[in-house]
Design a protein around this ligand. Sequence first.
Ligand SMILES: [Zn+2]
Length: 328
Amino acid sequence: MKVYRKSISVSAAVVASTIFLAASAAAFIVHTNDTLYLSWSGESNVSYKVEHKLEMDGIAWSNASPAIIGTGEMVLHPVTNSVGEPFPKQAFFRLDKNYPDAAGSSIQDMLTPVFYSALTNAPFRAEVNRFAYYAGREQFHHPLENPAGEVPSFSAPGWGEFGATKPVRGDPQSYHPASDLYVSSGETNVQLYAAHSGVISVYRDADKYRHYLAISKDLVDVDGVVVGKLSTLYAHIDLDLDEADGLLMNGQTVAKGDLVSQNLYSGTMGGPHLHFEIRYYRAADTGEEEFYGGPLYSEPSSGPWLYGYWDPQVGYGFAHPGNHGLVF
Ligand SMILES: [Zn+2]
């Protein structure tokens, strides 16, 4: 709930015209020659409830308006009193935004039993709903698509698809929250492009992935508040060869579609391929962005992160590429 306060200067000379007083990026108090009202340009599919009070109303907030989806208006008060004097001088209003429930969205693969049981934990559920709303609007660039719009012939075998179970290090039921993309030619000189803008936040060797890099991006709401973060991870690559080629990406800022690697690792089991992973992170969590590299798939990483899904303790989850417009 965000509270806005606005001082209003109403004189006989200006009352006749319409005046917009910016109160936030999305909401305005407007007064015309006879009415003071609130007008907001809402985001699609987001519902808004508005409460208000004027200086003469004391401390009580008005009853909330009915929830309005998207853009709306709400009459606050006549702009003059019974004897024609302008008032009020100050108006306060608060907008309560409710994002669509993620359980009914195309992004529900990020959700977990913890989310579904969170009916009694409304703040957590609201936080995830808000995150899912902004995450779901991110459309990614295909990591194999070159600047000419060409994608080499590739395959994603069933056992390597997102969400498939895959035998990993003796655990036949290990979950594979990623997509494995095999370029049909089998060559290792394969150019990989940033799925989205961001910063190369991870660039390292790891037990499980061998060399990999990750691009991270904050998700920001309409008021400029960071609501979470997403990362894409590009694994089984050869950073030594990339660096020999002059491609030094560690810490670099990249734009969507920028080249980030051009060497798959030749020694990967099953043949050279890109292991492409999408992760979501809660804004509320702190700590190192660490990707797990322990002896088993389910081993916790170092730092506070645990392998798993989105819940208040774990803090991150995995995304299906289809959530971001990618079809593998
Ligand atoms: Zn994989």
